[in-house]
Design a protein around this ligand. Structure first.
Ligand SMILES: Cc1ncc(COP(=O)(O)O)c(C=O)c1O
Length: 388
C-alpha cells in the first residue's frame, strides 16, 4: 500500500479499461462469439508477414532510424497521395509503435500539466486516459444522438473552450458511435481551433472504413498546410495488424525533427523488420483492405437489419468504422448487461460505460467479422433483449 501511495497521482488514478473485465470474464468460454475488441478475426495476410520475416532473416535486428526507415516513410507518402488527393512527402511522416504511441506523442507535444484537451464523447477511452496520465485534463464534449444519427454540436465545443484549452482531439469516423464528421463539421471545427489557437489531434484511423463514398471527409480536405493539425494513425485496423504495434504520425515537415526526438525519448524506434511488413501493407495491401471494408459493410447491413426488429434496441446506423453502438430501453448498467450477455447469450460485447459516462445505457459490437458469426450474434442479442 505504501509503495502505491508514493507513485504519481496521475499513474495511480489512471482509469482501468472498462472492456477488459468483460473479456477476462468470457475468454475461452465454449461457443462464445467475441465481438468486444476493436479488431477482426483475420490473421495479418501472409504477404505482410513474409516481408517482416524476410527483414528478420536479413538480420534487421539493430537500432534503426528514429523517424522510421526511409522506405517506409516513402511508402506512407505514396499511400496518402493515393487516398487523400494531394501530394505528400516522406519527411512529413514519423513511424510510431502503434496508434496509441502516436496519440501519446501528439499529446506530449501539445498538452502539458493542467492543460485542457477537448474530445467528443462517447469516445475510445485510451485518449482521455492518456491525456490524464500526461497530467492534462481531458474535457468531454457530448455527441448527441438525434433521430437521424449522432450530431456534433459545434456550439458545445466552443462553450467548452477555456484559456487552458490547448488541444482538441477529433476521431472521425468515430469509435464507438460510427459518427462521421461532414466537411462542414470539419471546417467549423478548424475555424474554431484557429480562432482559439488550439492544436487539432486528428484521429482518422478509420477513414477508409466509410460506408458512403471512397473515404470519410478528412481535415486534409479543408485545412491549409500551416494549420495546427497533427494526424495520428495506425496499421492496426486496415491490414489486420493490431498485434504489431506499428503506427504513424503525419505532421508539417517543420515539426518532424521534434516528433522524431519524442520517439527517441519514448520507444527509441520501431523494429526495422516490422517496418518491412508495414511497407508491404501500404504498397500491396489495397486489395486486402477493400475486402475488409466490404466484409464490414455486409456485416453492418446484416446486423442492423436483425437488430432493427429486436425489441427495445435502438441505434443510429454507423456511417463509418466497424462498430455498432446500440442502446436498450430501460438499461441502467451496461457493464452488468455485458456480463449477462456472456452468460445468457454467449456473445462478447463492450459495455458502453467503457466509452465514458455518455455511453452508459449502450453496448458496442465490433462487426468486422465473418458474416455468419455476426448474424448469429445479432440473433442471440435480439433473443436476449426479448427475454429481459
Ligand atoms: C479511435 C482509435 N484511435 C486509435 C486507436 C489505436 O490503435 P492502435 O491499436 O494502433 O494503438 C484505436 C484502437 O482501437 C482507436 O479505436
Amino acid at each position: 500500500m505504501t509503495l502505491v501511495k508514493n507513485l504519481r497521482l496521475e499513474a495511480r488514478e489512471a482509469p482501468p479499461s472498462g472492456i477488459y473485465p468483460v473479456i477476462d470474464y468470457g475468454r475461452g468460454k465454449a461457443g462464445l462469439i467475441p465481438l468486444w475488441a476493436g479488431e477482426g478475426h483475420l490473421v495479418t495476410p501472409s504477404f505482410i508477414r513474409d516481408a517482416a520475416v524476410q527483414g528478420l532473416t536479413n538480420g534487421e535486428t539493430f537500432y534503426t532510424y528514429q523517424a522510421g526507415i526511409p522506405d517506409l516513410r516513402e511508402a506512407l507518402a505514396r499511400y496518402h497521395t493515393r487516398n487523400f488527393d494531394r501530394t505528400f512527402s516522406s519527411d512529413e511522416f514519423i513511424v510510431t509503435a502503434g496508434g496509441m504511441h502516436a496519440i501519446m506523442l501528439a499529446l506530449q507535444a501539445t498538452a502539458g500539466k493542467g492543460d485542457e484537451v477537448l474530445y467528443l464523447s462517447p469516445a475510445w477511452p485510451n485518449l482521455p486516459a492518456a491525456a490524464a496520465v500526461a497530467g492534462a485534463i481531458p474535457v468531454p464534449v457530448p455527441l448527441r444522438e438525434g433521430s437521424n444519427g449522432w450530431i456534433c454540436d459545434i456550439d458545445a465545443i466552443e462553450a467548452a473552450v477555456t484559456p487552458r484549452t490547448t488541444a482538441l482531439f477529433l476521431n472521425t469516423p468515430s469509435n464507438p458511435t460510427g459518427w462521421v464528421a461532414s466537411h462542414d463539421d470539419l471546417r467549423q471545427i478548424l475555424e474554431l481551433a484557429r480562432r482559439h489557437g488550439l492544436w487539432i489531434i486528428a484521429d482518422e484511423i478509420y477513414s477508409l472504413f466509410s460506408f458512403e463514398g471512397r473515404r470519410a471527409p478528412s481535415f486534409y480536405d479543408v485545412m491549409d498546410a500551416e494549420d495546427r493539425v497533427v494526424f495520428v494513425n495506425t496499421f492496426s485496423k486496415n491490414w489486420a495488424m493490431t498485434g504489431w504495434r506499428v503506427g504513424w504520425l503525419n505532421v508539417h515537415p517543420s515539426l518532424s525533427k521534434i516528433f522524431e526526438n519524442l520517439v527517441q525519448c519514448s520507444t527509441s524506434g520501431v523494429p526495422q523488420f516490422l517496418q518491412r511488413g508495414a511497407i508491404a501493407a501500404l504498397d500491396e495491401g489495397d486489395g486486402f483492405l477493400a475486402e475488409q471494408i466490404s466484409t464490414a459493410k455486409t456485416a453492418r447491413d446484416a446486423l442492423c437489419k436483425i437488430l432493427s426488429w429486436a425489441e427495445g434496441i435502438r441505434f443510429s446506423v454507423p456511417q463509418g468504422a466497424f462498430y455498432l453502438f446500440f442502446s436498450i430501453d430501460g438499461l441502467k448498467d451496461s457493464k452488468e448487461a455485458a456480463f449477462e450477455l456472456v452468460d445468457k447469450a454467449n456473445v462478447g460485447v463492450a459495455p458502453g460505460s467503457a466509452f465514458g459516462r455518455a455511453g452508459n445505457g449502450y453496448l458496442r459490437i465490433c462487426f468486422l467479422r465473418d458474416l455468419k458469426q455476426v448474424e448469429e450474434a445479432a440473433n442471440r442479442v435480439a433473443d436476449w433483449a426479448r427475454a429481459r
